[in-house]
Write a new protein. Structure first.
Length: 88
């Protein structure tokens, strides 16, 4: 795995982070809500390929994934992290 710097959020920072994630989830649900389960799965596979393709370096991966949800996309399966490892 790519060595990731470890940062810690303050309580206020965690609240802001959560609001950002909630807003992103709402936006994505509105945009993708009309897709069925199979279409969402296909869309995810395509997005993963695009993310893998655009990742240039480990430093670039930090920029792309700065607000990722690690519970949803753990480092070991993250297409951006995998691309960064392949390019390092």
């Amino acid at each position: 795995m790519v060595a990731q710097p470890r940062y810690f959020l303050t309580a206020a920072g965690k609240r802001v982070y959560q609001r950002i994630l909630d807003a992103r989830r709402q936006s994505m649900d509105a945009a993708l809500g009309h897709l069925g389960a199979a279409e969402r799965s296909q869309f995810m596979r395509l997005v993963e390929k695009v993310l893998f393709g655009i990742t240039r370096s480990p430093a670039h991966s930090d920029h792309i994934c700065r607000l990722c949800e690690l519970d949803v996309c753990p480092e070991e399966t993250c297409p951006v992290n995998c691309a960064a490892l392949a390019r390092s």
